[in-house]
Every structure is written in structure tokens, then in C-alpha cells.
Design a binder for this molecule. Sequence first.
Ligand SMILES: O=C(O)c1cc(=O)[nH]c(=O)n1[C@@H]1O[C@H](COP(=O)(O)O)[C@@H](O)[C@H]1O
Length: 302
Amino acid sequence: MSVNALVSKIREKNNPTVAGLDARLEYIPDHITEKYVAEYGKTLKAAAASMMEFNKGLIDALCDIVPAIKPQAAYYELLGPEGAIVLRDTIAYAHEKGMYVIADIKRNDIGATATAYAQAYLGRSEVCGESLPVYDSDSCTVNAYLGTDGINPFLTECKNRDKGIYVLVKTSNKSSGEFQNRLMGDQPLYVRMAEKVAEWGEDLMTECGYSQVGAVVGATYPEEQKIIRKIIPHSYFLVPGYGAQGATAKDIANAFNDDGLGAIVNSSRGIMCAWKKCDLDYQEAARQEAIRMRDDIVSAIR
Ligand SMILES: O=C(O)c1cc(=O)[nH]c(=O)n1[C@@H]1O[C@H](COP(=O)(O)O)[C@@H](O)[C@H]1O
């Protein structure tokens, strides 16, 4: 699924947000975990089965109002091989329900190894002449610190399979300025990175006017958002940091273009843990929070 399909879903649902699925056991209601611990004991298998049920429940509750999910790979890795299966099956289930999937992997390496990452998450695994899907997400987050030869394998998969990447440009965390805001010549590193995103995305433009090469730009840095938006008007922004990290709707307005498109705002804990702050069950609580977030973001960009 390309950025073009993402834009259609955002338009159709009038909702430029993505639900983050960070697979932490503490985010799951006890009644789900207890059921699987009774069956499998206190094991990674029980944790993974709990996570799968929780993710499916969230996807069921959100798929008609939220266009996309963003599973964060680290949390699935923490559950070992069982976690890898949950990640794969979560992506497949979201696709069944018509959602666009951003695999948040923030990977890269030398070209040869980056090729394996790109094939695993966007492409296929070649086994004795058979071409087999692995995680098969629509897009993934990429760290471009290794430069163009680490990005090229991802661009190849984007071209061949109509998929996308989001390159870390200005991250939402407190220390992001330590390197990203340092001057490189006369410009900060994040500006240089945004210029590279424009270059990498040139040959991957789609019908909707956006490139398959997007950028990660934190909600917590509205001034940088404005600068980056001007450099890469044709790249989609993945904007994390809303909610649990303290950014509000007014902080994300600069990430959008005048047409109200160009960015998708993530919330993970805000949606997954909404049930902890009210008397609703986790599905209804997540849905209510997703609707509140949608209305909050839509009114801020209007
Ligand atoms: O690429 C990301 O999604 C990402 C980039 C970034 O700059 N900051 C950031 O928080 N993220 C991810 O976005 C999610 C934010 O989670 P919440 O703070 O719970 O909404 C986590 O999965 C982070 O790993």
C-alpha cells in the first residue's frame, strides 16, 4: 500500500492520526493476561498471546475511524520469537481490516545489511527461488545516519512494491538536539537530513502529490516542523510526541500543508492506556480517545 492509499484513507475518515501499538504487557488489562498465564504459565508465550488479543481488540475498535497503525518493533522483540509472530500477525490483521501499517523499526546498516532489513519489512525473503513475504508492512521508519548506501535498498523496495519510508529528521525526544540541531556547515544537521529526504524522494512521487519518502518530525518541536515543512513540501511527516510526551494539537499545526494534508500524528500510550483513566473497557476507551484526538487535531489544522 502506498502513501497514495494512506492519503485516501485519511481523507475518507477525515482523520490524520495513527494509533501506535507498543506491545507492553503493563498496557494490557489484567483479565486478558490472567487468561493466558492460566493457560501457558508466566511465559513469553502467555505475554505474546495476551498482546495478540489486545492488538486485535484495538484494531477492531479503531479500524473504521483511524487510517493506520504503527507497531514499534522493540516491544515485539522483547517477547522473543513469539513476539516476532505477533508483529507479523498484527500487521496482517490490520491489513485485513483495511488499515495502513507503519512498522516502526528505525533500522539501517551498510548497504548489504540494509538490504536484508528492507526485504524483511517491505519486500520478500528469497528461499530457493521462492519469494516469500515476511512482515510485509506498507512502510517503515529508517535511520539515515549511514548515508545514501544504507537508504538505497529501502528506496528499491519502495519503487518495486509501492511502499514507503519515514526517515528520522527531527525526533521528538529531549536529547534530539544534541546531534540533530548541531551545525553542519551553515545549517543544522536536521536541515541537511531534510534536504536529503527531498533528494531521495524525487523519483518516488505518487498521484496524490506526496512522495513515498517521508520524514519523522516530532510534535514536540513546532519551530523545526515549520522549517522542515518548507524544505520538503512533498514528503509526508510521521509526527510522534502528541499526548504522553506532552505535545498538544497546537504544537502539530506546522507539520501540515495548507491543504490540511502532509502529516499523520501518532499516539501510542494515549490510546492503548486510555482504559486506565476511565471506567470504560479498553476497546471503548481507545475508541473514545481516538475520536477525541481526531477532533482535536482536525480543529487545530483547520
Ligand atoms: O519513529 C517514531 O515513531 C518515533 C520517533 C520519535 O521521534 N519519537 C517517538 O516517540 N517515536 C515513537 O512514537 C511512539 C510514541 O509513543 P507515545 O509517546 O506513547 O505516544 C513510540 O513508539 C516511539 O518509539
